[in-house]
Design a protein around this ligand. Sequence first.
Ligand code: GLU
Length: 285
Amino acid sequence: MKKFTATLFVLLAAQMVLGASASAASIRDDICSKGVFNAGVKYDSPPFGFVDENGDVGGFDVDLVKEIGKDLTAFCKKPIKIVYKQVTSKNRIEFVQNGTVDIAAATATATYGRMDTVDFSNTYFLDGQRLLVPAGSPIKSTRDLAGKRVATAQGSTSEVNLKAAAPKANVISLQQYTDAFTALQQGRVDAVSTDSTILLGLKASAPDPSKYAIVGPFFSSEPYGMILKQNDSTWRNFVNETLSRVGADGTYRKVFAKWFGPKTKYSLPDPKRSQDIPAQFPVRR
Ligand code: GLU
């Protein structure tokens, strides 16, 4: 009996230790031990995540991922290699959940619905949904969409917002925003709809951007957050600290100016838009 009690005690103690270490293991520490940071980014959403003429992945989201990578290298005290993995609006949540990526910095709106299955970083960009149409199109706002074919991406909030704002529109959900824009360029759809800045990026990627126009008022609010695995506050806080740092040290403004500044291809037409990271952060002390 004594032996049995002793064995039981050992087993219980072992389970407590294992249980404690399992719950303490954070993606942050996993990255440090592997030396690799798998970052999910878009390839279809210029200027947030896209593949340039040289085949390199770049964009606003990618630049912020690089800052997280820098902070990881400092924290882990060894070089951390960033490996970019393509995610789409449809698979980005699943890729975070199943560990294919450590983060998805992928134009994702933080919604409470999505928070049922994943967590989000603090907000790092604010946008809203509009329409992209051929210049001179009779479509001026969501009120003109009845019976019209409107392309967007599967798994996006844009799909949901569009169905609510224009219930009589024929919403066509494609794999990628670049597919949606190709459909518009080929006259297979009448409009593309998603966040205004992605529309700006798609328009700017056309051989002649003046052939397209972004129209109508914003009909949604889209606060972007990076997608993170649920209940890993060590990793989430790490990412949020990087976002706080870049907001405080001027990096965010530099990255903003690089992609959206007045002389850029994606210059944001709204002069009132803030060039600072949205200020809803715990302060860095
Ligand atoms: N921000 C919206 C979303 O998270 C639309 C853009 C996208 O599909 O990434 O769904």
